[in-house]
Design a protein around this ligand. Structure first.
Ligand SMILES: NC(=O)C1=CN([C@@H]2O[C@H](COP(=O)(O)OP(=O)(O)OC[C@H]3O[C@@H](n4cnc5c(N)ncnc54)[C@H](O)[C@@H]3O)[C@@H](O)[C@H]2O)C=CC1
Ligand SMILES: N[C@@H](CC=O)C(=O)O
Ligand code: NA
Length: 436
C-alpha cells in the first residue's frame, strides 16, 4: 500500500452537514488518500455538547468542546457550525496559522467574505465555500475557475429550495400560500427562522456571493435589493399561468449600464415571472438551479440539490479534496478576485419588463386613461388583457404586460396608477426575467 503524508483535518460542528462529512471522511479514507495523495486524518470534531444525539455514529474520542484548541495545528479546517461568531474568529485563526479553510457558511461569507479572503491571501492559504451557494450544485468553482476566462453577463438563480417548493406547490397543485408554507414547514424545508427563507434573506446572501465572484467585485449583502414571497397570492400564480409564465424567487446578478453611462452590477432577489419555456421554469419542488449567461460560453445551467446533509457534504468534500491537493502540490491557494471594482447599482437602474394587474372602473375611456398614464412615464404596454370578472361594483381586472422599462420609471407609473380615479387598486406588479 502507498504511504501517504497525513493532513490534519479539524471539523467544527457536527449537525446535518458536519456529521455526514465526518462519516464520509472516515468511510472513504483510503479512496480519498488515493485521489489526493495525502491521508485526510480527521483529528477532531468540535461540538457544543459531546453527548448530544446524532444521526451518524462517530468515534466518541473525536469529539471536543474546545474548538479553539482544535484549529491549532490543523492543515485543513472545515467549518460547519453556521452563524457569524465564533465561526469567523475560528476561521481567521485557522487562516492566520496557514491552514486551508472549507466552509458552507453562506451567512458568514456574505457578511465577511472579503475579510476572510484577504486573511487567506496574506498567507497563501485557500478559502473554499462551494456548499455555501446551492448546496451540492457545483457553481462556485465553475464561476471561479471554469469560466475564469469568460465574461459573465448575468446569473439567474433559484437558490432557495424551500421557497421554490412553496411556489411550485401553489402553481402545480393549486395550494394556497398558507397551505404550501405549512407543508414546507412539516417537511422541515424551512430554516429555524423561516423569515430567512420567505423574506429572501437566504437568497440575498447567495446573490451577494454569486455577484461578487461572477463580476470580480465586492458586492456587500446590504446592497442586494430584496423582496420575499410572502405577498404572492394564488391570483398572481393564476395570472402567471394564463400568461404562459411561472413565478420563481430569483437571485439575480447582472452586469448593467446605468442611465448616466456608469458600468456596474446589480444584485437583487425577488419573485419574478419567468417564461414556461425557460429552463428555470422546470425547476420543481425543493431543487435549486443557477442559469449563467456569458459572452463566450453562452447559456449554461447548473441544477440539483441545494440542501440536505449528505448532498451538501458532497460539495464540502470536493473543497476538502482540492485543499488537500494544494497541500500536496504546494504553492498558494487561488486568491479571491475583486479587481474589477464595478459600481454596485441601485434597483432604480435595473430595466425589465413588467406585468401589472389592476382593478379598474369598467367605464368607457378607462383604457385610454391608463395608456396615457403609462406613456407619460416612458413605459409602453406590450399587451393589455381585460379579465372576464366584471363585478356588481362595476370594476374589471386588467393585466398589462409592458416592454422593458427602468425600475424608477415603473415605480413612478405605479404611483400614478394608484392615484388615478380610473383605478380602484393595483393588485400586483411583477417583473419578467430570463429574456435577453
Ligand atoms: N443543512 C443544509 O442543507 C445546508 C447547510 N448549509 C450551511 O452549513 C452549515 C451547517 O449547517 P447544518 O449542518 O444544517 O447546521 P446544524 O444546525 O444541523 O449543525 C450545526 C452544528 O454546529 C454546532 N455548533 C454551533 N455552534 C457551535 C459552537 N460554538 N461550538 C461548537 N459547535 C457548534 C451545533 O451544535 C450543530 O451540531 C451552516 O452554515 C449552513 O448554513 C449550507 C447549505 C445547505
Ligand atoms: N433554507 C435553505 C437551505 C439551504 O441553503 C433553502 O431553503 O434552500
Ligand atoms: Na454549491
Amino acid at each position: 500500500m502507498t504511504a501517504y503524508r497525513d493532513l490534519r483535518v479539524a471539523l467544527l460542528g457536527c449537525g446535518s452537514v458536519g456529521a455526514q462529512v465526518a462519516r464520509l471522511l472516515l468511510e472513504q479514507r483510503e479512496e480519498l488518500a488515493a485521489r489526493t495523495g495525502a491521508g485526510l486524518q480527521l483529528v477532531g470534531i468540535a461540538v457544543r455538547n459531546i453527548d448530544a444525539p446524532r444521526d451518524v455514529e462517530l468515534p466518541r474520542e473525536l469529539f471536543t468542546t474546545d474548538a479553539e484548541q482544535l484549529v491549532l495545528g490543523a492543515d485543513i479546517v472545515v467549518e460547519l457550525m453556521g452563524g457569524i461568531e465564533p465561526a469567523r474568529g475560528l476561521i481567521l485563526r485557522a487562516l492566520e496559522g496557514g491552514a486551508d479553510v472549507v466552509t458552507a457558511n453562506k451567512a458568514l461569507i456574505a457578511a465577511h467574505g472579503p475579510e476572510l479572503a484577504d486573511a487567506a491571501e496574506q498567507v497563501g492559504a485557500q478559502l473554499s465555500y462551494e456548499a455555501a451557494v446551492a448546496g451540492a450544485i457545483p457553481i462556485i468553482r465553475p464561476l471561479r475557475e471554469s469560466l475564469a476566462g469568460d465574461h459573465i453577463t448575468r446569473v439567474l438563480g433559484i437558490v432557495n429550495g424551500s421557497t421554490n417548493y412553496i411556489l411550485d406547490r401553489m402553481d402545480r397543485f393549486g395550494d394556497s400560500a398558507e397551505d404550501a408554507m405549512r407543508v414546507a414547514s412539516e417537511l422541515g424545508y424551512l430554516e429555524a427562522d423561516p423569515t430567512l427563507d420567505v423574506e429572501g434573506y437566504d437568497a440575498a446572501q447567495k446573490a451577494t456571493i454569486l455577484a461578487s465572484i461572477a463580476f470580480h467585485t465586492e458586492v456587500p449583502v446590504e446592497a442586494v435589493y430584496r423582496e420575499g414571497i410572502t405577498g404572492i397570492t394564488s391570483a398572481q400564480i393564476e395570472a402567471a399561468r394564463h400568461a404562459g409564465s411561472v413565478i420563481k424567487l430569483l437571485a439575480i446578478a447582472e452586469r448593467l449600464t446605468a442611465a448616466d453611462g456608469t458600468e456596474g452590477v446589480s444584485a437583487r432577489v425577488y419573485p419574478a415571472l419567468i417564461d414556461r419555456d425557460h429552463p428555470l421554469a422546470a425547476v420543481h419542488g425543493g431543487k435549486n438551479a443557477v442559469f449563467v449567461e456569458s459572452e463566450a460560453a453562452g447559456e449554461l445551467m447548473f441544477y440539483g440539490a441545494g440542501a440536505g446533509g449528505i448532498e451538501t457534504a458532497s460539495a464540502v468534500l470536493g473543497d476538502l479534496v482540492s485543499a488537500a491537493r494544494r497541500h500536496v502540490a504546494g504553492g498558494p491557494g487561488i486568491p479571491g478576485s475583486a479587481h474589477a471594482e464595478l459600481t454596485v447599482l441601485p434597483i432604480g437602474e435595473v430595466s425589465t419588463a413588467y406585468q401589472i394587474m389592476l382593478t379598474v372602473r369598467d367605464q368607457p375611456g378607462v383604457l385610454a386613461t391608463i395608456a396615457s398614464l403609462l406613456a407619460e412615464h416612458g413605459v409602453s404596454a406590450a399587451s393589455v388583457e381585460q379579465s372576464v370578472t366584471h363585478d356588481e361594483e362595476g370594476t374589471a381586472t386588467l393585466v398589462i404586460g409592458t416592454h422593458q422599462a427602468r425600475e424608477a420609471e415603473l415605480a413612478a407609473t405605479v404611483e400614478a396608477l394608484r392615484g388615478s380615479d380610473a383605478v380602484t387598486a393595483v393588485t400586483s406588479v411583477l417583473r419578467l426575467e430570463g429574456n435577453s
